[in-house]
Design a protein around this ligand. Structure first.
Ligand code: GYE
Length: 343
């Protein structure tokens, strides 16, 4: 009888061992496996970000498990759970929104898999749940956008003037009077995302010192060109005398420009336009005089993601925050020599 029990428990043990072995990722001859959850393909910027990650992985021989979440946080959480089940060496992801990541990051920590946050930031109390952040300084992008406006509307004596604006537009939108505030409309990014939150905060941080500026309306266009067009059509019906459009990404800006042109409004002349990202189409529009300022947001994060992931896979520490290098392009710059943007 005892022999029977012994044989039964031994077979049970080997069965479990065999199952756990087959569910484990195949041993890597060299290199390591990186699980990457991307949010989607909502803009030219995002597509460039994706290409940068995929090309950098191929160039460095890192095996990349890439999941596109199609703009859904729940898909990102599922992808991260599958990376954990597969026991990847490192997890990297772009959090579509800032909140709601605690549970899945707890699970990654319990599985002892380091996590690199990319591009967008998360709002979380326990910073030990991820190893570091690589992306762009979005609060500064908002500040830089506002700093352009100050330069545009204040003369060397510190007096505000509308010399930069056409006083009468072809569509007869009444221009702000000499003592009226500069009327700003904001096209915001995806609600709850760190770029939308931080770009709004940075912009207001600078303008809070200048009562001559007033943000008369703000609405999310979800970083989509189509929504930027729809928003602008509605805004031009709702408001007159708009002086400035502050747009959180080039995609929405280009859609808004289409809407303005359909109504005989000259973008960049009748309405000053500030846009964030720096995609080729926006730089081309600025060269045509249709955009006045483009604040760069650098999508080419792939090589740094691979470099940092390698360090994490080797058990090394990385800096908590690493920002990409970025510039500001304005209507006053000579853009004839600007390198092709690649997105
Ligand atoms: O500005 C926009 C993209 O997360 C910083 O997302 C990124 C933003 C970028 O859709 O074009």
């Amino acid at each position: 009888m005892k022999l029977k029990f012994l044989l039964f428990f031994l077979s049970l043990f080997f069965l479990c061992a065999a199952f756990s072995a087959c569910s484990r990722k195949p041993a890597e001859p060299d290199g390591f496996i990186l699980g990457f959850s991307q949010i989607g393909a909502e803009s030219a910027w995002r597509n460039c970000n994706t290409r940068s990650v995929q090309e950098a992985a191929a160039e460095t021989g890192i095996q990349l498990l890439f999941f596109n979440a199609e703009q859904k946080q729940e898909n990102q959480i599922k992808a991260i759970r599958s990376f954990i089940a597969y026991q990847v060496d490192v997890i990297a992801f772009v959090p579509i929104v800032s909140e709601g990541w605690e549970n899945v990051l707890e699970e990654a920590k319990e599985a002892n898999i380091p996590v690199l946050i990319c591009d967008r930031e998360i709002n979380i109390d326990d910073k030990s749940l991820y190893s570091g952040y690589l992306g762009t300084n979005m609060f500064q992008q908002g500040q830089r956008s506002a700093e352009y406006l100050i330069k545009k509307f204040f003369d060397s004596q510190g007096n505000i003037n509308f010399a930069g604006l056409a006083q009468e537009t072809e569509s007869n939108i009444p221009r702000s009077g000499a003592n009226d505030p500069v009327k700003i409309v904001e096209l915001s990014g995806t609600e709850g995302s760190s770029p939308a939150i931080l770009r709004a905060q940075g912009f207001r941080d600078v303008l809070s010192e200048y009562p001559e500026f007033e943000i008369i309306y703000s609405e999310s266009g979800d970083f989509l060109r189509s929504k930027g067009y729809e928003l602008m059509c509605n805004i031009l019906e709702k408001f007159s005398g708009i002086d400035v459009i502050y747009s959180h990404n080039d995609g929405m800006t280009l859609g808004a420009i289409d809407a303005m042109k359909e109504r005989g409004i000259r973008p960049g002349e009748d309405i000053i336009i500030i846009s964030i990202d720096g995609e080729q189409a926006a730089i081309d529009a600025m060269i045509r005089g249709e955009i006045n300022c483009v604040v760069e947001c650098n999508p080419k994060q792939g090589p740094d993601i691979m470099r940092l992931s390698k360090l994490l896979a080797a058990g090394e520490k990385i800096p908590p925050v690493i920002y990409m290098y970025e510039e500001v392009f304005t209507e006053w710059d000579d853009l004839s020599g600007i390198a092709p943007r690649g997105y």
